[in-house]
Design a protein. Structure first.
Length: 207
């Protein structure tokens, strides 16, 4: 049975809509569907705008995702489709550490994938973990659990072929912009100065 061009386009359009509703779409996962998205970006964007979602496409880094449109305070908000995800303080700190690694990599002028070892992450993260030297086993166990949460956010992935190595995905740049990063670091610096960091209280919202 021969599939018409219109049927093929309808299939690709449906596929990209479904994939975006499920989460982040990466160019490397399906080059053909990514090319279709680039060719039909305005149509896809208009489709989601009707239900209060904004299509974000970063062509240089090769990813796309949906973001909730927030209307003016005077306007009634639509039901939220993209849920905010509250993050514990320690997971937020870990994300800041990973974002800082990305900044360092970008400043070095390298365009390679950002691969970092568990030990390197631990070294950078240790300064923010109370009494990390008192119980090494607990420190590493907790860090592994925090990394699992960041994996669930799709900011990093564990490399199966390279034990204890992680790839930091470029999507972290969009979700953790410089304003969010600087505001959080300012609060964190103040708390460090006062020696009053609580590793469990006060969540950060990430959309």
């Amino acid at each position: 049975m021969t599939i018409s061009k219109e049927e093929k386009n309808n299939y690709n359009f449906s596929k990209i809509l479904i994939n975006l509703m499920k989460g982040i779409v990466y160019r490397e996962d399906d080059v053909n569907i990514w090319n279709f998205l680039e060719d039909n970006e305005s149509q896809v964007s208009e489709h989601f705008k009707i239900i209060g979602l904004r299509l974000i496409v970063d062509k240089s880094r090769g990813y796309a995702y949906l973001k909730q449109i927030i209307f003016n305070q005077e306007e009634e908000q639509l039901p939220r489709l993209i849920r905010k995800q509250p993050l514990s303080r320690q997971v937020s700190i870990l994300i800041v550490v990973l974002r800082q690694i990305v900044i360092e990599k970008e400043n070095s002028g390298s365009d390679d994938r950002i691969i970092v070892s568990f030990d390197d992450i631990a070294d950078k993260y240790r300064a923010f973990y109370p009494n990390s030297n008192d119980d090494e086993k607990k420190f590493y166990k907790d860090l592994k659990s925090y990394l699992k949460k960041v994996i669930d956010l799709d900011f990093i992935r564990e490399l199966k072929s390279e034990e204890d190595n992680y790839e930091i995905k470029p999507i972290i740049v969009s979700f953790v912009d410089m304003d969010w990063l600087n505001n959080f670091k300012d609060r964190l610096t103040e708390e460090l100065r006062e020696n009053s960091i609580d590793i469990s209280d006060e969540n950060e919202d990430l959309e």
